[in-house]
Design a protein around this ligand. Sequence first.
Ligand code: MTE
Length: 321
Amino acid sequence: MLICKPSDIKPSDITPQNIFHRRREIIKAAGLGAIMLANGGFSPAAFAAEIVHKPKIPGFRKTSHGGGEKLTSYEDITTYNNFYEFGTSKENPAANSALFKPSPWSITVEGEVGKPGKIALEELLKLAPLEERIYRMRCVEGWSMVIPWVGLPLSALIKWAKPTGNAKFIEFISAADPNTMPGVRAPLLDWPYLEGLRMDEAMNPLTILAVGLYGEQLQNQNGAPVRLVVPWKYGFKGGKSLVRIRFVEKMPQTTWMRAGPTEYGFYANVNPEVEHPRWSQATERRIGSGLFSRRLPTQMFNGYSEQVGQLYSGMDLRKHF
Ligand code: MTE
């Protein structure tokens, strides 16, 4: 992002710093130093102690989405995050989000809709069956993960809201509570974090509201209790901890467009042929694949061309980046 650098400089294939420091403390406290040394300094058990798992989500169904690719580990998905409301470095969200309260929760639906109002999370979860969707996720910074999300199609909420004929875009607005989100107290970005989709992108079956991963409720650092996931776009399109969605006629100015209009466009489709002004987007580092592993070629629309390519037919994707 504006403040961060491409992933080559700081791959999470090395243990995030805070976890590393805490791990050393745990090891010392447990008197395991000698064993760890004999093990080459690595113990999966020492990692496991760091993650407090969330309650399991009952009764979601598996789908044909994803499969075939090695999943990124739960530890990497939950400790290597971008969530500027909790700080700008990758380890900040896991370390700084304990005070954030994802329950009770509701989303306010407003703008060009026949049914404005609030929907409680419990009601949202009844709009469509929860499904597991294994998606490749590509960050604009050049790293990627494969994440088994649990969620429901965004289209279910859109249908509930009954958009009017004027609703051409949707704005997604994240929580911005300075009491529990320390990053919001600094003018890092224009708060609240705002993202947007064109209506046909929002209605596409690949677009989901995620409420869990690895079959468990979301951790705060991943956007609890509900966040947007749009797998053919760079990760910053996936607004976290959504409190409000607004149906509008004009294309919204998103947070990142305001912060860096020449670097972050509205569409933000994964496109190996359109470079970021400061680095190439042709390849990516898969988190967890090892420090010395080769970068992978990035695929057009992150490999989801068949499902979404037609949304952009006739558009100049260099101009509409
Ligand atoms: N949503 C909010 N509210 N604030 C953020 O800083 N960061 C975005 C996106 N959603 C962000 C956000 C970016 S840059 C990325 S890459 C993804 O969240 C990261 O999601 P993850 O940490 O669950 O992998």
